[in-house]
Structure formats: structure tokens, C-alpha cells
Design a protein. Structure first.
Length: 323
């Protein structure tokens, strides 16, 4: 049954991927144009449009997989179905780094912005872990520390943007999430970091799975709980920071995709991680296509759609799971 589900998700993903190349403003692109592009390089004029949409579609694919894998890992490590990159302050920290960089340097090199987002996102996570450790290092302590730090950082971002609004108008779209302006180098870096994070997550999948059984049960099975928890959280924070650097702080995908994956694939971490990433990609592609259809002449932030479906979806899933 799981193989059937995965096959269905892969086919759905391929259909959405192709649809994403077809949808958008400017020149009308047909399926034959896309086939021609991949076989011969495409017709002059349309080739540029397809190339732009391809990078955008690949960015949405990596974004969805990254947010879903990060969110799922956090939910298992903290035994909390509401855990996602926002909860531990990773997204807020990365956003703060970008805002500060733009205030100080203006329109800085995009790769510099990427590096700053990674630095601030991961650093914020370690601050959260440090605060949580001083309170016992339990999942609840880490979550409370993450929420507290995230709220504080959001306040700082608002104050900076209010004071320096003329310098950072360009960050408006990024702060609400977008894959419309993705650079190929940024996409490449995020892909490398995602793959580099996923390899150890799959290697640790059996240990991470035991965490949802409770610390005592996990330790009785020979698992070093704190080491496994912190390793999983660090990997998820690195992946989440790379996704924020890629497309900004996009909400709900990292929360909703793991929930849907567990409903489809059960609780075994390795299998659920695969399904979660597929669901994340599907949600990201649907969201990006939806905003292009809703606003063909002007770019709209991804979060405009993810928040729209995320709220009702979260309520439905919580009722269905009895939470």
C-alpha cells in the first residue's frame, strides 16, 4: 500500500512540475514547447521563459522537500505535532540576518545574503538550544525557548523595518516567501545542503523514530536520547536555514506536509520522511502555481496562499487525528 501511495505522489508531482512550466505570464507555452526545450534547447524567446519557470519550479521543489523534512524531524525530535522551523526561531533568525544585511549594505550580493541567512538561522537555533538546556533540555523547554526567541526576533524585525523602510522595501516579498527571484547558484547551494542533511537523517532514522516513544523507552532500546535529539534538531535547523535563504520564511508547509505524510504512511520515520518530502513538494508547487494564476501580472508572496490553506488544513488534521 505504501508503494502505491508513493507512486501516486510521484506521478502527481510530475504532473504539477509540468503544469508549473506551462503556467505564467508573457508568452504562452505549450507541452510541445517544453519537450522541444529539453531536446533541442527551445525556440528563441520561449526558451528564456521556460528556463526561468524551470528554475522557479526547481526552487519550489527543493523548498517543499526541505521544509517538509525539517518540520517532520522537529516533530519527532520534540514529540510535538506543531513543531516546524518557525517554532524554534530558525526562520525568524534567518529573516533577521537578511534584514540587517540589507539595512547595512543595501542591495548586497545575493550569495552574501544567503550566507547571512544561514549564519543567523543556525545561530538562533543554538541560542534556543542553549536556553532550553538551562531549563532541563526537555522537548517542552526547547519549544518554550524557541517560541520566546522567535517572538523577540519578530519584534526586532518590525522595529528595523519601520525605521529603515526606505532601504528595505525590496525585502517585502522575500519576508513573506517567494521563489520568483531564485538564482541558479542559490538553488544549487540549497540543494547541496538539503542532500547533505538528508543523508544522516536517513542513517539515524531508526533512532529518531524511537524518540516519539518517550525518553525512557528510547533509552531502554540503547539510544542516546540527548545526542540523537540534538543531532536531529541541528540537521533540521541547517536544512530550514537553507530553505529560508532560498525563498524566505514560508509558513505552514513544514507543518502540514508531515501531518499528511503520517496519515498516509504511518509513523516509521524513514518511510514517513520520504512521503513527507513528496507532500511538501506537492504543496509548494500547488501554492506557487496558485499565486501565479491568482495574480498573473504581479508577483504575490507564497505565504499568501500557504496561510490560506494552512489554517483550515491544520484544524482539519487536528480533528482527524484526535489531537
Amino acid at each position: 500500500m505504501n508503494k502505491v501511495i508513493i507512486l501516486f505522489l510521484i506521478l502527481s508531482l510530475l504532473v504539477l512540475f509540468t503544469g508549473s512550466l506551462l503556467i505564467g505570464p508573457y508568452h504562452k507555452v505549450t507541452l510541445s514547447d517544453i519537450i522541444n526545450f529539453f531536446t533541442t534547447g527551445g525556440i528563441k524567446g520561449k526558451a528564456g521563459i521556460i528556463r526561468y519557470r524551470l528554475i522557479r519550479t526547481l526552487a519550489a521543489t527543493i523548498l517543499g522537500a526541505g521544509l517538509a523534512s525539517s518540520g517532520l524531524t522537529m516533530q519527532y525530535a520534540l514529540r510535538n505535532p506543531l513543531a516546524d522551523p518557525f517554532l524554534l526561531g530558525v526562520s525568524s533568525g534567518a529573516a533577521l540576518g537578511v534584514v540587517i544585511a540589507l539595512v547595512v549594505y543595501g542591495n548586497a550580493n545575493p550569495l552574501f545574503i544567503y550566507a547571512i541567512a544561514m549564519l543567523f538561522g543556525v545561530s538562533t537555533f543554538f541560542i534556543v538550544i542553549g536556553i532550553g538546556a538551562r531549563s532541563g533540555g526537555t522537548p517542552t523547554a526547547i519549544i518554550v525557548a524557541g517560541v520566546s526567541v522567535s517572538y523577540a526576533i519578530t519584534g526586532i524585525i518590525i522595529m528595523i523595518m519601520t525605521k529603515y523602510i526606505n532601504r528595505i522595501n525590496v525585502t517585502y516579498m522575500w519576508l513573506f516567501g517567494t521563489v520568483a527571484y531564485t538564482l541558479l547558484k542559490t538553488l544549487t547551494y540549497s540543494t547541496i545542503i538539503l542532500v547533505g542533511g538528508l543523508v544522516p537523517l536517513y542513517m539515524l532514522s531508526k533512532r529518531i523514530y524511537t524518540l516519539i516513544l518517550g525518553d525512557d523507552v528510547s533509552e531502554s532500546m540503547g539510544v542516546n536520547v540527548k545526542r540523537t535529539r540534538y543531532t536531529a534538531l541541528i540537521l533540521s535547523a541547517i536544512i530550514a536555514s537553507a530553505m529560508v535563504a532560498l525563498a524566505g520564511p514560508v509558513g505552514f508547509i513544514g507543518l502540514a506536509a508531515p501531518w499528511l505524510a503520517r496519515l498516509l504512511a504511518g509513523n516509521e520515520f524513514g518511510r514517513t520522511l520520504t512521503v513527507s518530502m513528496l507532500m511538501g513538494v506537492i504543496l509548494a508547487l500547488i501554492s506557487d502555481m496558485a499565486i501565479r494564476i491568482a495574480s498573473p501580472s504581479q508577483e504575490m508572496p507564497l505565504t499568501a496562499f500557504t496561510a490560506l490553506f494552512g489554517g483550515p488544513l491544520l484544524f482539519y488534521l487536528s480533528r482527524k487525528s484526535g489531537w
